[in-house]
Design a protein around this ligand. Structure first.
Ligand SMILES: Cc1cc2nc3c(=O)[nH]c(=O)nc-3n(C[C@H](O)[C@H](O)[C@H](O)COP(=O)(O)O)c2cc1C
Length: 128
């Protein structure tokens, strides 16, 4: 399954805090064969998660109930089988690095429906 959502941190996070959170999440994801990325500017979040149906659905429920962020809005929930991010348990990306991310996605030819939607939503999610 693929889940792409946007949300806002309940409390603004520094890049160091985000990197610490993501390191912990990545270790969990690795155990469950889940991959993806988390883009944040310290306030807004856009996260892509992809993995086996059961584990991805359980994690989706936990993240939706997590009070560390608000306004969790599903942008895509689909039974896509091609992964854009098979080699990343969870990659943290600062919103200022997004152009590099999307050009990397395009040049590696791993554009999927989820990465296309993420690119389209970028400007609406993060202030320029
Ligand atoms: C923005 C955000 C992203 C998260 N991403 C993940 C993730 O990719 N993997 C993960 O295991 N937990 C992630 N979590 C944490 C989960 O919401 C939850 O705390 C975690 O799965 C542990 O749940 P448990 O204590 O019920 O086992 C995220 C939380 C937030 C606020």
């Amino acid at each position: 399954m693929v889940w792409l959502y946007t949300s806002q941190f309940s409390t603004p996070q520094s890049q160091v805090e985000i990197d610490q959170l993501v390191a912990g999440f990545a270790a969990e994801n690795k155990r469950r064969n889940i991959s993806g990325f988390l883009i944040s500017d310290g306030r807004s979040v856009m996260q892509l998660l992809e993995g086996p149906e059961g584990d991805t659905e359980v994690l989706k429920g936990k993240i939706q109930a997590d009070e560390r962020h608000l306004n969790v809005t599903t942008q895509l929930w689909s039974n896509e089988t091609i992964r854009a991010y098979p080699h990343w348990s969870l990659r943290a990306i600062a919103s200022s690095e997004y152009e590099a991310l999307f050009s990397e996605i395009e040049s590696a030819n791993f554009v999927t429906l989820a990465t296309s939607i993420a690119q389209m939503l970028f400007d609406a999610t993060f202030d320029p």
